[in-house]
Design a binder for this molecule. Structure first.
Ligand SMILES: Cc1ncc(COP(=O)(O)O)c(C=O)c1O
Length: 384
């Protein structure tokens, strides 16, 4: 049996949503983007939702709207994907890499507090809700407000998720979601910036399309001077096409149902893997109000395991089970080592994860026999 790391459940709703856009003849940003934005804002409880063509674009636009520029310093956890730190560089600013909790891979209030105390030039903090588990945003928010630091949270993994303070999407100055191919809602490529801040939303809307004061749909739907627009800034080309928005809209209502399906898979893994020695199950917070999106189910092979992480992944692959690693941390990447002079010793929490971590298949369309094969294969590889 072959078990992929991810398989999309393509529904009739998705097919007909795409067909409808193609039949309409309007493929670029238009009425479907507007509808997706309105529905997404309502789903996350935010005042504004700005659709773009990736989470990377959303993160870039959020920092740009906050005025981040050369000389600014931005706190980024080392345990994240390339995008979270690279967007800081797009604006000529400097990321400050922070260590994470070895059990959750999250930025903790303690780490944020000591980083801000040490480095008063940090002006923005970017918590990452790793794997779909929300950071403690109430505590991080209190600390950041006390230091006059703004928050842009990277919620690429976190639809739908919630913390004590409410749904992810309402806990920061701006929150950025990803709709990449294997995310919990996918438009192939896509992203959404949500915010309660009118100025951030307005700036992001202009900057996502070349700095134009009117987009193509806005011009098409008025009677006069359809050709005319002004440029108010040198913007970017980050708009989401209608065909992507229609795909996103067609999946939005099933987000809780899909999350429950992933949660059930996580529970079954918990029960079946609990007796395996040398294996640490990670990514939990015990607060009752925390809702996990379960984008990832990641585990850590302890150093005394009979096999190392890479050999374990290869052995599972040979049995037909595809796994992945999230992530090789930023402080181990050549560019950031050269730029920031970082060493593994500065990040003990991330190091305790990175050496042994890997992620198992978790997606709503995973069948119970496929999950059984993943579990049996892991037992076979780790216990012989
Ligand atoms: C934590 C994190 N942030 C940002 C991104 C970037 O998302 P996108 O591919 O939509 O730009 C990803 C993508 O996988 C991610 O995992």
């Amino acid at each position: 049996m072959q078990v992929p790391f991810f398989r999309l459940d393509v529904t009739d709703d998705m097919r007909s949503a795409a067909d409808e856009v193609i039949a309409s003849g309007w493929l670029t940003s238009g009425p479907k983007v507007q509808a997706f934005e309105a529905a997404f804002a309502q789903a996350t409880g935010a005042r504004h939702a700005v659709a773009v063509n990736s989470c990377t674009a959303a993160l870039h636009l959020a920092l740009e709207a906050l005025g981040v520029g050369p000389g600014d310093r931005v706190l980024v956890p080392t345990m994240t994907f390339a995008a979270t730190a690279e967007v800081v560089r797009y604006l000529g600013a400097d990321p400050v890499l922070a260590d994470v909790c070895p059990e959750t891979a999250l930025l903790t209030p303690e780490v944020v507090e000591s980083a801000l105390a040490r480095d008063p030039d940090i002006s923005v903090c970017m918590p990452v809700h790793f794997g779909g588990l929300p950071c403690d945003m109430q505590a991080i928010g209190d600390i950041c407000r006390a230091h006059d630091v703004r928050i842009v949270d990277d919620a690429a993994h976190a639809l739908p998720a919630a913390d004590t303070g409410g749904p992810v999407g309402t806990l920061a100055d701006a929150t950025c979601f990803s709709f990449y191919a294997n995310k919990t809602l996918t438009t192939g490529e896509g992203g959404m910036l949500v915010t309660d801040d009118d100025a951030i939303a307005a700036r992001a809307r202009v900057m996502r399309l070349h700095g134009m004061n009117r987009d193509a749909w806005g011009r098409f739907t008025v009677d006069t001077a359809r050709w005319e627009y002004d440029l108010v800034a040198p913007g970017y080309k980050y708009n989401m096409p209608d065909i992507a928005a229609a795909l996103g809209l067609s999946q939005l209502d099933r987000r809780h149902c899909d999350r429950d399906a992933r949660g059930a898979i996580a529970t079954a893994y918990d029960e079946a893997l609990g007796d395996l020695p040398n294996l640490r199950r990670c990514g939990r917070r015990t607060a009752a109000s925390v809702e996990h999106a379960w984008h990832l189910y990641w585990i850590v092979l302890e150093p005394d395991a009979p096999i190392n992480r890479n050999a374990c992944i290869d052995a599972l692959q040979a049995l037909g089970v595809s796994c992945s690693v999230h992530y090789k941390p930023l402080h181990r990447m050549t560019y950031w080592i050269e730029q920031l002079d970082c060493t593994p010793e500065q990040f003990p929490g991330a190091e305790a994860i990175w050496r042994g971590c890997f992620s198992l298949p978790i997606f709503p369309a995973l069948t119970s026999s496929e999950q059984g094969h993943v579990i049996d294969s892991l037992h076979q590889v780790l216990q012989g």
